[in-house]
Structures are given as structure tokens and as C-alpha cells.
Design a protein. Structure first.
Length: 523
């Protein structure tokens, strides 16, 4: 994590580690230091050799780093803009900030072939309400000088500038496969709401979960209750509380990081009549629920996945991700042992969830975890991850769909309902990681002299090979069955696999120095 005070606060609050846990990735962590996540930093600071050396050293020392989470640019606008500026002057300032931001992104992307960068952006500040709240001592507020130097802008004015900057970064991210951005300016208006009347114009209230995402209401600030409160009892006008930073990052993680950290292939559940729940007394529902109902009957959730896009190869890992929608009574995941039954094809007589499904044994049945070891089930909207057993991995095949029945046998006192497939962002997920040993294409024992850098991975189509084009003799794309599926003419060091099906492949590159093999992932 790299950047300004927002990065510094998130570093101290452990925001990213906690946020990744909220979306089921408990085994993913972030790293940062005080020198690269620094209060008050501006874009110019990260164009200096000392900062860039610090960043490069951390990345070189941690080869497992996949992405740089970047928060920078906000102080440039807050420090240099004023309401007296013309539109042309404002545009010129914003363009200069963008040029410097682009240079930082270029540097970060170049720290390692294929390095991804996620620009965090900002939520709306709350200068006017927070500062006016301490009247008649406004001038003593630590952020009064910042607001006054900008000419005391109202909410719509400063929020419009923030939105314009965010739009410009989003436009670059649309064309740069290594840069990502999820706008979230209005996320705290959505999660917190304006429950008491805003203390300054435009006044008024709005309840939680009504502000439209991602921009919310640009004529309002982020709610004062979402801002950071200090021991000296003053409320920050620009920085968020630990809970609010976590709300913002979890929103971005659900839209980007969760799927980014999936392995070779993931599938969303089939939905419709193929997902649902069934009770021990034969009641079928399309809700994904498990636990115990009010009548004392056991409830099992049934969820189906189409695995026919899976490569016919060894699996080293597979996980089910489920999003907590609601709880009745006691949370069964916290207090019960989760049992998973798995069957290739379907339980019962049809693929639809049926009363008979409950008594089916399946191909494999096992207890997978107790107490929700992966993910975070502490609140609605968080994700729970179930890692499948080795026996289940060996029994999953790519010739037909797979169905799971998830329950907590013997548990009493409540039930949990998971989000269904209606919203693809919240749909249950089955994540696959293929075996670590690449197939030897066509039985040939190639000698791989070195592994050439190839990026970006994963890709939707375009790939660049980190070697001079004139040294490449041939390129072959090989599926995990050992068949060559693409053998393009070599014109340069780039290749397009957009026409291939989603999945994992081996890229075999023959150069003047020998043969290199690189596992790639098409999404």
C-alpha cells in the first residue's frame, strides 16, 4: 500500500487485511511502511528517487506481491485549488495532477512485469459541517486553514472536482489493463445515511442504503458520524473512522479484489431452481438457508455450479464462497460444524432442489470446518469461505455440473441465509486452483532454461512477453490436456488469446536461448 494520509490511516487500521477477510480471503495480507504511506504526501513526493527506491526494494523483497494499492492526488487538489479559479484554471490544475499521477502509475506498473495498480480514490469530505459544528471556535479547528485556503467551498463544488478527477482516472483504467479503480465516493452516504438533519445547507436527512452508488448525493458530504473522531474530541473533516475506511475498502474489494484473488477458474452458482434449501421434513425453498427452522427441523442449503469449463486436470484446491444475507437466532457457522455433501450431476431425481435431496448421500461427504475459519461472518454482507477436502477435489470432474449440500447437523437455535445468484456480485462462487505440475505438452520432455516474464496475468486477451521480439522463434498456447490450441505467427512480443475459452493454459515460448513455459490464465 502506497500513498498519502489515507494510505497511512489504512496501514495503521489494518484496513486491507480486515477488508479481504470480509470477502473470504483471510489468507491474503498487505504490506506497507511509514515511508511509502505518509501523511501529507503529494504526487511530487512519489516521483522522487528515494520514495521510488523504497517501493522497489519492498516489491523486490516480496515476490508474492500481486498489486499496489495506491492512494494519492487528494492533497494536490486540496492544497492548490481555490474557489476563485476559473474553470480553465481548475482544469489545468487537475490535468497537471493527472499527469503526475500517470507517471506514478507507470513507475509502479514497471516495478515488476505485469504488476497491477489499484487507485483507491476518496469519499466526499465534510469540511463545512464539521467546522461549523464547533462555532464560535471554527478557526481553532485543525482543518479550518485547509478549508479557508480553498475559499470555503460548499459541498457540491468540492465534490464535483473530486468526481471529475475520479472520472479521469476511470477513463485511463478503462484502457490500461494493469490499472484498476472502483468509484466509491458515495459509499458512506449509502452505508451510514444522514440520520439527523445536516447542520448546514442543504439540510435534510436520508436513511441508510438509499443513496445511489457509487456517487451518492454530490450536494451532501460524507456523514459526520463516518469521519474520524480524535481523543481531543475534534472530528476530522477529511479522514474516515476505522470502520468507514473498512466500509469503503470492503465495497471495493467485493467489486474487484475478491475476484482478482481467485485462482485459475471460478464459477458463479447456477441460481434459479438449481439453488435453494431443503428441510429434514421435506420443505423446499429457493432461499439459500442452513441451520434450524422455528419448528426444530434441520435446514440444508443446496447450491449448483456448472463445471464444464473446468480444465480436465488435477485440482490442488477448491473453495466455495458464500455471502451472509441475514441471521435468525444464533449463527450456526460460529457454533456448529459445517458438513458438505458433494455430487457430480445432482442430488435426487432432477437438478432442481427437491424434498428428496435432503436424504441423499452424494459422492463425497465430509465435515469441512468449525467456527467459520475463513472469512468473516460477524455481520450481514460479509463472506464465508469453505475449503473443500482432498477427496472432494479428486471427485470433481468437468463432464457435468456439480451440486453441494451444506448443513450443520445437530445444531439448534438459528439459521443463516446466504445471498443467491440474483445479483452476480453476491452470487455463491466455486473457485478452482489447478495442480502445480504443468502437463508436458504432447509427451515431450522440454528443457525450460528460464521462465520469461509474461503479463498481465490474468488477462482477457492481450499478453506481452518480456523479451525482445527478434529473439522469439515460436509461441504456442497449450491447454492442460497437452494440446496446442494456438500457434500464432511471431510478429512482435505480444499475443492475443481473446478467442480462447476462459481457463488456464501453458504458454510455451521458444527463443534464441531456449524454451520457456509460463502458466497463464484467460478470464
Amino acid at each position: 500500500m502506497v500513498g498519502d494520509s489515507w494510505a497511512a490511516f489504512m496501514n495503521g487500521d489494518q484496513t486491507i487485511t480486515n477488508g479481504l477477510k470480509n470477502v473470504g480471503h483471510s489468507d491474503k495480507k498487505f504490506t506497507s511502511t511509514l515511508s511509502i504511506a505518509q501523511n501529507g504526501a503529494q504526487t511530487d513526493d512519489f516521483l522522487q528517487a528515494d520514495k521510488q527506491t523504497d517501493i522497489q526494494n519492498i516489491i523486490d523483497a516480496n515476490p508474492q506481491i500481486d498489486i499496489v494499492h495506491l492512494s494519492i492526488g487528494g492533497n494536490d487538489l486540496l492544497g492548490d485549488w481555490n474557489v476563485s479559479m476559473t474553470q480553465a484554471q481548475t482544469d489545468s490544475l487537475a490535468l497537471a495532477v493527472r499527469y503526475r499521477l500517470d507517471s506514478i502509475v507507470d513507475f509502479l506498473e514497471g516495478t515488476r512485469p505485469g504488476m497491477r495498480v489499484f487507485w483507491a480514490g476518496y469519499t466526499y469530505p465534510n469540511f463545512e459541517e464539521v467546522i461549523e459544528d464547533v462555532a464560535p471556535f471554527q478557526t481553532f479547528h485543525p482543518f479550518y486553514g485547509t478549508w479557508s485556503d480553498m475559499g470555503q467551498p460548499d459541498f457540491i463544488t468540492i465534490n464535483t472536482i473530486l468526481n471529475d478527477m475520479s472520472d479521469s482516472v476511470a477513463a485511463v483504467a478503462d484502457t490500461d489493463p494493469q490499472l484498476d479503480f472502483v468509484p466509491a465516493q458515495g459509499i458512506l452516504q449509502y452505508t451510514v445515511g444522514q440520520n439527523s438533519p445536516l447542520g448546514v445547507a442543504p439540510g435534510g436527512t436520508y436513511p441508510p442504503q438509499t443513496a445511489p452508488l457509487p456517487l451518492g448525493y454530490p450536494d451532501y458530504p460524507s456523514p459526520k458520524s463516518a469521519m474520524r473522531l480524535y481523543a481531543s474530541s475534534f472530528t476530522d473533516a477529511f479522514h474516515l473512522s476505522p470502520k468507514s475506511y473498512l466500509e469503503m475498502f470492503t465495497y471495493q474489494a467485493e467489486k474487484f479484489y475478491q475476484k482478482f484473488f481467485m485462482d485459475d477458474l471460478y464459477a458463479l452458482s447456477s441460481g434459479g431452481n438449481l439453488d435453494g434449501s431443503v428441510t429434514s421434513n421435506g420443505i423446499v425453498s429457493q432461499e439459500l438457508e442452513m441451520g434450524e427452522d422455528v419448528a426444530g427441523n434441520e435446514i440444508a442449503a443446496v447450491v449448483s455450479f456448472d463445471t464444464q469449463n473446468m480444465a480436465d486436470t488435477t485440482l490442488s484446491k477448491a473453495s466455495i464462497f458464500l455471502r451472509r444475507e441475514s441471521i435468525k437466532g444464533t449463527n450456526p457457522i460460529v457454533n456448529g460444524t459445517v458438513q458438505v455433501k458433494m455430487v457430480n450431476g445432482n442430488f435426487g431425481t432432477t437438478a432442481d432442489v427437491e424434498a428428496v435431496d435432503f436424504t441423499e448421500t452424494g459422492d463425497v461427504s465430509d465435515e469441512v470446518c468449525k467456527g467459520g475459519a475463513f472469512g468473516n461472518n460477524s455481520k450481514d454482507g460479509n463472506w464465508f469461505r469453505i475449503d473443500l477436502t482432498a477427496e472432494m477435489l479428486q471427485n470433481i470432474n468437468s463432464s457435468e455440473s456439480v451440486q453441494f449440500m451444506i448443513s450443520v447437523p445437530g445444531f439448534t437455535g438459528g439459521s443463516i441465509t446466504f445471498s443467491d445468484a440474483t445479483n452476480p456480485e453476491w452470487a455463491p462462487i466455486l473457485n478452482f486452483k489447478y495442480g502445480e505440475t504443468p502437463a508436458e505438452p504432447n509427451g515431450i520432455n522440454d528443457v525450460y532454461s528460464r521462465e520469461l516474464p509474461v503479463y498481465p496475468i490474468p488477462t482477457t486477451g492481450a499478453l506481452t512477453i518480456g523479451v525482445a521480439a527478434n529473439s522469439i522463434q515460436s509461441i504456442e498456447v497449450i491447454n492442460l490436456l497437452g494440446s496446442i490450441v494456438l500457434n500464432p505467427s511471431v510478429n512482435d512480443n505480444r499475443i492475443d488469446i481473446s478467442e480462447l475459452p476462459v481457463g488456464s493454459y501453458i504458454l510455451r515460448i521458444t527463443t534464441d536461448e531456449g524454451i520457456s513455459a509460463k502458466r497463464i490464465l484467460k478470464r
